[in-house]
Write a protein that binds this ligand. Structure first.
Ligand code: 5GP
Length: 193
């Protein structure tokens, strides 16, 4: 997605060897106009997949996922990372190791929001080693629902996540694919949409 690549080049900051900071438009401050365009591109890519739910993980997946849900006209569910006393019934959980926080946490979705009739599109802000997406797939499978694909705003293609998902037979659609950060220079691979 050209617009997204241009925005990453303009406003993204490379931290260390493998982290991209995009807090001015995606992970902290949100550019809703860009999110709306992102929503349309994912919706178009999955228009024939019969998607009934969009699933993401809090917090930074929520903004793009909400716009994908709007474009597909389906509900969006975000997995919660912290236990909540209001979540009492039929909770589906998975353990997820966070690449940026370097801790494992239990993420959960109330079972009542997913059923075996659902066809799910997972959306997340970044794909690194694929642990967040893997946890969400696990939860969706527990509900007996079908994962139709994983839509990623920014994939770091030099990490293992894409291969992990492809090995599970899951379709991956990334709007920007970063091939490398060479000496502070960001290089893109060909994106999926
Ligand atoms: P994975 O589970 O694929 O290893 O990592 C994906 C998750 O880690 C995303 O949900 C995202 O929150 C976070 N993440 C991974 N890499 C980056 C990065 O380079 N920048 C930011 N801001 N978050 C990242």
């Amino acid at each position: 997605m050209k617009l997204l690549e241009e925005r990453i080049l303009k406003d993204g900051d490379i931290l260390g060897d493998n982290i991209l900071k995009v807090d001015s438009f995606l992970t902290h401050q949100v550019d809703y106009k860009l999110m709306k365009e992102i929503g349309k591109v994912f919706a178009q890519a999955y228009q024939d997949a019969g998607i009934t739910k969009v699933v993401t993980i809090e917090a930074s997946g929520i903004a793009p996922a909400a716009y994908v849900a709007e474009a597909l006209d389906v509900p969006m569910i975000f997995a919660k990372k912290h236990k909540n006393i209001t979540m009492t019934e039929g909770i589906l959980t998975a353990e997820v190791y966070s690449f940026t926080k370097q801790v494992t946490s239990t993420v959960s979705i109330a079972g009542k929001f997913l059923s075996s009739d659902d066809k799910v599109l997972i959306i997340d802000d970044f794909l690194a080693n694929g642990q967040a997406a893997k946890g969400l797939i696990d939860i969706i499978n527990q509900a007996g629902a079908e994962v139709e694909g994983v839509g990623i705003v920014i994939e770091k293609s030099f990490q293992d996540g894409r291969q992990l998902l492809l090995d599970q037979g899951v379709r991956v659609t990334s709007l920007a694919r970063i091939a490398s950060f060479d000496n502070g220079q960001l290089n893109f691979a060909e994106a999926d949409a």
